[in-house]
Design a protein. Structure first.
Length: 273
């Protein structure tokens, strides 16, 4: 026969259990109170304010420009802004490719900027405007002759400039660094013909559409030139090389022939009159 436990014997056990539950609830409430109090004190304290803002990646403009554009400032709340909203503000500038904003524990904010690469300069009115790889022109011009990217001379038309910039952006960095100047060489048969003057003394003739594809082989082409004699490398159709003496002497002869032919025609016309 099973032993029946009297209810009076169980009362102390029930009381202990109830007391434990009450103690747990009380501890949880106390913890929640202190957590809320700590949060309130944190937001009222200087530790919830931005103490330092670091900007990296600024090349085309000063770091202070991005700091101002972000609307962030030391002393403002660390939690009073949305990261996405600040990034959108920074991306409004056409020369900014990427923008990343991060909160750093405890009081720091980092702004990481990636700008579109500068691939050339557009010359005009004695000033030089940087051209970016996205085809946009950076409006802050300089007066000094640039040495860190090629200069466009006589290249006009927004579409033409964008096509040329796109080609330059596809060049290997070591090849792009060799280009000093890009001039138009357009004619009736080929309006996209260009002439490039290289820092190592060579002249390259090419067309915009195939510039990157062909010019990326420039170092190997130069290496095949006998005695590395300076001259013209023509990449318009195939690829051939002629020393400057041969190229320009022939050009001068052609010019003399044209002038002589014009004189003969002029004399013939006068005799008829």
């Amino acid at each position: 026969m099973e032993k029946v436990i009297d209810i009076e014997d169980r009362i102390p056990t029930l009381k202990k259990r109830r007391k434990k539950r009450t103690n747990r609830k009380f501890i949880v409430l106390i913890l929640l109170f202190f957590i809320v109090l700590a949060v309130l004190l944190y937001f009222q304290s200087p530790y919830s304010k931005i103490n330092k803002i670091t900007v990296s990646g600024a090349r085309l403009v000063e770091e202070q420009y991005y700091l101002k554009a972000s609307t962030l400032a030391t002393g403002k709340s660390m939690w009073g802004f949305k990261v996405e909203d600040v990034e959108k503000l920074l991306l409004e500038d056409k020369w900014v490719k990427e923008a990343h904003v991060k909160r750093n524990w405890l009081q720091g904010v980092t702004i990481e900027i990636k700008e579109w690469k500068k691939v050339a300069y557009l010359a005009g009115d004695g000033t030089y405007y940087p051209l970016l790889e996205n085809g946009k022109r950076f409006e802050q011009a300089g007066d000094d002759i640039p040495i860190d990217a090629p200069v466009f001379i006589g290249i006009t038309g927004e579409k033409t400039i964008k096509k040329l910039v796109k080609q330059l952006a596809q060049l290997n960095p070591e090849v792009l660094a060799l280009i000093s100047q890009v001039n138009t060489n357009s004619n009736e048969t080929n309006p996209n013909a260009i002439r490039l003057y290289m820092n190592d003394g060579y002249e390259v003739r090419a067309v915009i559409q195939t510039l990157a594809e062909k010019l990326n082989h420039y170092p190997s082409l130069v290496a095949q030139i006998p005695n590395l004699e300076k001259g013209v490398i023509d990449l318009e159709v195939g690829s051939y090389y002629r020393p400057f003496n041969n190229e320009y002497n022939q050009a001068n002869l052609d010019m003399d022939k044209d002038a002589a032919n014009q004189e003969v025609k002029k004399d013939e016309q006068q005799e008829k009159e």
